[in-house]
Design a protein around this ligand. Structure first.
Ligand code: NI
Length: 189
């Protein structure tokens, strides 16, 4: 099932999401639906709050970034993972800029600074626990999605000036005055 994606301005995107337990009802179906929803929208990541659920699940898929012949091709093409109850342990290195976008904020892309290396503890879809370190684009996608389960959007990380310049566009998104090639749910429409 493809869920509509919740647009900027919906309170669920500002909420800190809650952990779930192993017996969470319908978990495997929900994860399957999240992959279907992400793929339908051509996203590289999707967090449960973006389908209206304030729980600590997000999925990532870096394969759209994988370009044959590039040195990180192998890493990116297979980087598809489910993160449940994730906790970032540490982020290290000199912050670097990457032009980020978000399925909940269509038509806006901005440079966001984040540290290049992230260590994260999480459970996979079978509730196996992992403690892993990621770098580069995989780290970047994880940090963006992790922010979602903490109630943070990439626009929250922009300068006051950038935020002010984007205000009108963001309010149009909340009102549904945009065109997205996937189904969305708008808080002010
Ligand atoms: Ni996002």
């Amino acid at each position: 099932m493809i869920y509509p994606i919740v647009a900027y301005g919906d309170p669920v995107l500002k909420k800190k999401a809650s952990p779930i337990d192993k017996d969470f009802e319908g978990l495997s179906q929900l994860i399957e639906d999240m992959y279907e929803t992400m793929e339908n929208a051509h996203g590289v990541g999707l967090a449960a709050p973006q389908i209206g659920k304030a729980i600590r699940i997000f999925i990532v898929d870096a394969s759209p970034f994988a370009e044959e012949g590039e040195p990180d091709y192998e890493v990116l093409k297979d980087f598809k993972k489910t993160f449940i109850n994730a906790q970032i342990i540490e982020e290290v290195g000199e912050p670097w800029a990457f032009n980020e976008g978000c399925l909940s904020i269509p038509e806006i892309r901005e440079d966001v600074f984040r540290k290049p290396k992230v260590t994260i503890r999480y459970f996979d879809e079978n509730f196996n626990e992992f403690n892993e370190t990621f770098e580069g684009l995989p780290a970047r996608i994880i940090q963006h999605e992790y922010d979602h389960i903490e109630g943070i959007l990439f626009t929250d990380r922009l300068s006051t000036l950038r935020k002010r310049l984007l205000k009108g566009k963001l309010s149009n998104i909340s009102k549904g005055k945009i065109v997205a090639d996937y189904r969305m749910r708008f808080p002010l429409k």
